[in-house]
Design a protein around this ligand. Sequence first.
Ligand code: F3S
Length: 753
Amino acid sequence: MAFDIEMIKAVYEKYPSRIAAARKAVGRPLTLTEKILYAHLTEGDAAAAYERGVSYVDFNPDRVAMQDATAQMALLQFMQAGRDKVAVPSTVHCDHLIQAEVGATADLNKAKDKNREVYDFLASVSNKYGIGFWKPGAGIIHQVVLENYAFPGGMMIGTDSHTPNAGGLGMIAIGVGGADACDVMAGLPWELKFPKLIGVKLTGKLSGWTAAKDVILKVAGILTVKGGTGSVVEYFGEGATSLSATGKGTICNMGAEIGATTSIFGYDEKSEAYLRGTERGDIADMANAIKEHLTGDPEVYEQPEKYFDQVIEINLSELEPHINGPFTPDLAWPLSKFAAAVKENGWPAKLEVGLIGSCTNSSYEDISRAASLAQQAVDKKLLAKSEYTITPGSEQVRFTVDRDGFLDIFGKMGGVVLANACGPCIGQWARHGADKQEKNSIITSFNRNFAKRADGNPNTHAFVASPEIVTALAIAGDLTFNPVTDTLTNEEGQQVKLDEPRGLELPTKGFAVEDAGYLAPAEDGSQVEVLVDSKSERLQLLEPFQAWEGTDLHGLKLLIKAKGKCTTDHISMAGPWLRFRGHLDNISNNMLIGAVNAYNGETNKVKNQLTGEYGEVPAVQRQYKLQGIGSIVVGDENYGEGSSREHAAMEPRFLGVRAILVKSFARIHETNLKKQGMLALTFDNPADYDLIQEDDAIDILGLTSFAPGKPLTVVLNHADGSKDEIKVNHTYNQGQIAWFKAGSALNLIKAGV
Ligand code: F3S
């Protein structure tokens, strides 16, 4: 992958001068996070002392990765940008659409059949625009990225929330929406609020039953699911350098569960070993040459309280294995207290299924340590009492652990190897009996355990632990089993104890693979045809949105006045709608169906001002669209919080909503609306929300002199003939006003502006 080497060389060449400039600008030593961010400032931007948690800064990420569910809309948008090729190395990974049912081969074949048109589309777009394509079965995005693309000191964005996994190899890796990915692939800068910094000092060394996973399970217990919001978590200390690169990846991966922007470890000998182990010795050599820049300055780690916004210290020598859950990943239980918690809370002690692997925990180290327990089960004549599944994170890992006999050992214990894909981790699990109403327990080495996530059953109590603990508990079939202290009765009636797990960080014979599942793009893709069937219900090519007509807007119908929380899930639901992520028209049938109508307290029931009757939000809006009448959506506080899902902005735009007027916006959603050419407005006086009436026709005035910082006027024409005139604000800068005028940011990119 010569393209990568050249790119990494160019990144590293900039490091010394950029770090020197950054140090001068802030006037103090730098954390690793700051070094990487400053090294990736948009070309030409001078280093400045950015305010953490306040300043918005433009960056040039080195790479983009996309998974198959989110890549569809990202690439449909990219096709609109009028570029011949992506501006930075980018990859697509087919991992989310494979359902686990009976086992790897059968499940994979079924998925290929079922999702053929989506895979064909993704493969052809990738081929055309210079994007690397990882076929279904090649592996899970984050494991494949760690093995092939992550590099110390790099910066990437990915259209998946666990993109931070690459932080294990010292990369700032951040999960984003498809619109952001599209911009970066088109060569535009990417904006991020300069993060706050949480330092986690690790002392001591792991031993016995404790694994890297337990570090993040402990951190999640301390910080909770919101504690990392707006922050990068930087790990350091002798404990950090003692962890394998893949163990570090696990910790960074699950940083998403505490809401962190991303997590990161510095470059060290373990990173070097992993790079060499994955045949990237050339990158290790280059990293060694600038290694002082690939970790925080020593003063920062000596006095962390002075340089981080928050500091946590964990002694790995004293850390116990943890089990977190149920229903939330921050409910952290040290193993020694877990059995009592199970009993006290009445959680089902019988363990139905143990699942190991996923993007979080499927390294060679994880699999070899879990296999050492499976081997003991066989040797000690213990039949596994629970069902047990193994999800390898990549074909390279699967092939290697198969060669080294581990899959065989799992088979003897009764384990089933699933496809190298997300499967049960994302609810793609045809679990038999999942519709049962009884409470039941499962334990996984995955990262998320919200209700219904794995099998769609709200009665399933899902717990999260290391692969070692999952395996031991699956052997016991009992959630209250503590492998550190307890014995088990084997087939011959003897009491036996499991010894501590053992494993290897990297395979002694090296990694091997016959077909990694990678398809390189065409050198010249100009002749490649992108495959989209015009009759498809899952994919639809995008049409550019219309440019602004150049006048104020008059007579907009109020579509809905939403009350209370209105997240991106309320605006564009997930679940069964995931299927239409690549078809804007079809997915628009979920527009705002979860929002509560302020006038009747109901969801998906709004007044059609043309007929006076009540109907579903998308259906009513489609009637307005048919008549060529614009509409407006009114909302409450923090409208659009949740995810960076661009569908929540594209759907109203597509169906003819002209403006969203709210008390306040979640910022990412506000930006997404601007990108799609919508008007995102806020009440100057939040109490004016109460002036909006159900039958209002609304005018927006001042657009002909639309300018940064200059409020607009909204006129509410009430049904009784009276009027209210209110002031509304906006945060559009000059460039964003140009997006509005052009009809969308993409229209401008296409025009080469
Ligand atoms: Fe896939 Fe689950 Fe990871 S959905 S990307 S295995 S978090």
